[in-house]
Design a protein around this ligand. Structure first.
Ligand code: AVI
Length: 336
């Protein structure tokens, strides 16, 4: 396959540029820094450097999630391809799309797949992975979308062109607060057509030591990933966050059943954020949350999905029972 034809088959639509997204971030940043627990919206994690660090996280020995998900997909991908007959594979929050290749392989071998639609906020990462996938799968076209999976679900290519499989892998859904997650699942149920399916990766509740180890790796890559959010805010908003005044912290919250991930102020101090026209005062030991990562139980998740209008048709786990992949359809689609 020549270089030109690979490029022709890899189109990238930019629904939201970094410049569009930035002002939309100011308001939530302001609000979350004034919450009961101070917080930075987790989107600050995913600039180009953050996306590269996350990619590194997925290869860490402690971070079992992608390997467990891969184990499930290797066994189930052919059945998923048979069941869904997908002509379009959409991947939400695509990043570097590694486990997606298992789905692409199966759908490509089944002969149904015509297009791959990865959606991600990081344009650079998306462009690179769109090119790589177009090169590796000569029979399909790649129509990448730079956008936001919470807001752009109804604007995706492939609608009305046969069955779509919408995949949301890696347990990224765990990074949404329960309320946000509910509204995402409802929007998704409304966006699925009667022939469409939804494939979701979910990290399951397990031994706390292992959960905490996954977010406190020995090489400090997760810490660098989280600290990068401060660097991003300093760069974009002229803020004065001083890394030396914070210690990294990621621990299990048993009440909410999520990993609470962020930084803690080592001493009382004030951070200025000129672009938001605020000064933020930190007490000694005060937390600054940067992300939550919820972990799931089957029964509870199925109820939550049902409330949103999704029917979980299959639930597969890896041999150790660490991770689940769920295949769902919508009860809301016409005739569904
Ligand atoms: C993207 N997401 C599923 C990751 C997680 O495990 O919640 C983000 C992450 N944060 C720290 N390590 C990985």
């Amino acid at each position: 396959m020549s270089r030109a034809s690979t490029e022709q088959r890899a189109r990238v639509d930019v629904l939201r540029t970094a410049d569009d997204r930035r002002p939309a971030l100011y308001e939530p940043t302001l609000t979350s820094l004034h919450g009961e627990v101070k917080e930075l919206p987790s989107v600050w994690l995913y600039d180009e450097r953050g996306s590269a660090l996350y990619d590194e996280i997925t290869r860490l020995p402690e971070y079992y999630l992608p390997r467990r998900e891969g184990e499930i997909l290797r066994v189930r991908a052919a059945a998923i391809a048979r069941r869904t007959q997908a002509r379009t594979l959409v991947e939400l929050g695509a990043g570097t799309a590694k486990n997606t290749r298992l789905l692409l392989d199966a759908l490509d071998s089944a002969g149904t797949l015509e297009r791959f639609v990865p959606l991600d906020v990081s344009e650079q990462t998306l462009r690179a992975s769109a090119q790589a996938i177009a090169g590796a799968y000569p029979r399909i076209s790649v129509h990448a979308v730079v956008g936001d999976f919470e807001r752009d679900l109804r604007r995706l290519p492939g609608q009305g062109q046969g069955p779509r499989l919408i995949a949301f892998l890696g347990s990224t859904i765990g990074n949404l607060y329960p309320e946000q997650r509910g509204s995402f699942l409802r929007t998704l149920a409304g966006a699925l057509g009667r022939d469409d399916s939804f494939l979701l990766g979910l990290d399951l509740i397990k031994d706390i030591t292992r959960l905490e180890a996954a977010y406190n790796d020995s090489r400090g890559v997760t810490e660098a990933f989280v600290r990068n959010a401060l660097t991003a805010v300093n760069g974009e908003l002229d803020a004065t966050f001083d890394q030396r005044r914070f210690v990294y912290e990621a621990g299990w919250d048993p009440e909410h059943e999520w990993m609470d991930i962020g930084l803690r102020a080592l001493q009382a101090h004030t951070v200025s954020i000129p672009r938001l026209e605020i000064d933020v005062e930190f007490d000694e030991d005060e937390a600054l949350r940067v992300e939550i990562s919820s972990k799931f139980r089957r029964e509870q998740f199925e109820l939550e999905a049902a409330r949103a209008g999704l029917r979980v048709e299959s639930w597969w786990t890896d041999r150790a029972g660490d991770f689940a992949v769920a295949l769902a359809t919508s009860d809301l689609s016409a005739g569904g």
